[in-house]
Design a protein. Structure first.
Length: 128
């Protein structure tokens, strides 16, 4: 995915969030900030990213916010399929430490508190 395609991807994500009546506060600049944070690399393997995805899918009522967005390469996206991050850990696709590092990075972004509350409610994984 090129930076030029980001606006189209954001529009599609906004549409899906509205369709599911979800919290929806995502800007194109926030996506560019995520891409810059990961230095245009996949958040798991550090290859060049080819697409953006959500840590937790909107169809599972995840918020449409910057903290839920990650860059992936084609290989990691293929491994991920449609699993959320918790499923990826339980299936051994990513390690628990990769998951924890990813969450820490996500919690630092815009609306990280909203994302943290979502993950905690979903998993009970996070201690305050």
């Amino acid at each position: 995915m090129s930076r030029e395609n980001v606006s189209s991807w954001v529009r599609q994500l906004r549409y899906r969030a509205k369709k599911h009546d979800l919290f929806n506060d995502l800007s194109i600049q926030e996506i560019h900030d995520v891409i810059d944070y990961y230095k245009e690399k996949c958040c798991f393997c550090s290859d060049d990213f080819t697409q953006l995805d959500t840590c937790f899918p909107l169809k599972e009522n995840a918020p449409n916010i910057q903290a839920n967005i990650i860059p992936l390469c084609s290989s990691c996206k293929a491994k991920r399929k449609n699993y959320d991050m918790l499923e990826m850990v339980s299936l051994g696709i990513i390690s628990k430490s990769q998951f924890e590092d990813l969450l820490k990075a996500c919690f630092k972004r815009n609306h990280g508190d909203v994302f943290k509350a979502y993950v905690k409610a979903l998993s009970g994984y996070i201690d305050d």
